[in-house]
Ligand binder design. Structure first.
Ligand code: ATP
Ligand code: MG
Length: 303
């Protein structure tokens, strides 16, 4: 029997997103009409798993929802994509994670208002360590930091590689770097870390903590990464972006896909940037995820 029961074990955020489009983001205290309402599942880890699952990898998600309508919609959005939700904990009388997102197509910007789930965070005791031991990769965004740290320590002990989507510099996020192999942060994370606009400096500082690849995504400016001392600068694919929600989530999915295919870091980052750019061409983080057929097309072009 195959040693691996699943390809990716993801632990972190799952959200329900409401996304609308405006011409220009408004000042306070106005009435602002929006168009193109999209209601969709979101969250960095959950959306990454949806992409990986569509590309043929088996995925299990671990996180927290409430026993509310949004929780049911979140679960449904994962189940219909064949993501295993056995490790989703339902907190009674609590609300699920939710976001309303205003996207400005012309400027490729989005503003996110979000609320974390109101129930207790996922605890270390609730982590499915047996499943982690049988995964090929663990992916986390660190929202439930205690659980994420325990999951990553278990993965490390069992030789399972860990990938981190570091969106916000919160307590414990840098500890997580000590137990991870691939640590890719957002531009906001990097500037909170080094104070100012120096993503490469953030990469050097992160790589001192031990991951074999560290990187920072820079929206339409692409990304910069440091892999075994080599700097890899990956430009963004030039597209007419409509809504950049989910670009970071799917960038991570693309990178993980490449690593599990045993591609080089450079090729994995290239695929990540392409997949993320495709996402920006549609409203919401999941609609624009390239299909397996489009992925095959990308591979053929690159071979
Ligand atoms: N306007 C764009 N055009 C093309 N590619 C883009 C655009 N915006 C983002 N990307 C791609 O997606 C990657 C990740 O985007 P970004 O840095 O905005 O992620 P993020 O800050 O984690 O945001 P989020 O988590 O909300 O998606 C970028 O490195 C780039 O490759
Ligand atoms: Mg992100």
């Amino acid at each position: 029997m195959n040693k691996y029961a699943i390809d990716i074990f993801g632990l972190g955020q799952c959200s329900l997103d409401y996304i609308g489009k405006v011409g220009t983001y408004p000042p306070a205290n106005v009435k602002c009409e929006f168009s193109d309402l999209v209601v969709q599942g979101g969250g960095p880890v959950a959306t990454a798993l949806v992409a990986l699952s569509r590309w043929g990898l088996s995925c299990a998600f671990s996180g927290v929802i409430g026993n509310d309508l949004f929780g049911a919609m979140i679960t449904e959005s994962l189940v219909k994509e064949s993501v295993d939700t056995m490790n989703v904990r339902i907190r009674e009388d609590c609300d699920s994670q939710f976001a309303f997102i205003v996207s400005e197509p012309g400027r490729g910007r989005r503003t996110i208002f979000w609320r974390r789930p109101t129930g207790p965070a996922l605890e270390s005791e609730e982590v499915n360590y047996e499943m982690i031991k049988k995964a090929r990769m663990v992916h986390t965004d660190g929202l439930f930091i205690e659980a994420a740290l325990s999951a990553c320590k278990c993965a490390r002990k069992n030789g399972i590689p860990v990938s981190v989507d570091a969106g916000t510099l919160r307590d414990g996020m840098l500890d997580l770097a000590r137990f991870s192999d691939f640590y890719i942060a957002s531009e906001t994370f990097a500037s909170s870390m080094v104070g100012g606009n120096d993503p490469l400096e953030a990469c050097y500082r992160l790589s001192e903590l031990g991951p074999r690849l560290v990187g920072v995504t820079l929206g339409d400016k692409g990304s910069v990464a440091l892999s075994d001392g080599e700097i890899i600068q990956q430009p963004a694919y030039p597209v007419d972006a409509i809504d950049t929600t989910g670009c970071g989530d799917v960038f991570h999915a693309g990178f993980i896909y490449g690593i599990l295919k045993e591609w080089s870091s450079k090729k994995s980052l290239d695929f990540a940037a392409w997949a993320a750019a495709m996402v920006s061409c549609e409203m919401g983080g999941r609609t624009g995820i390239p299909s397996p057929r489009q992925v095959e097309g990308w591979k053929r072009k690159k071979s």
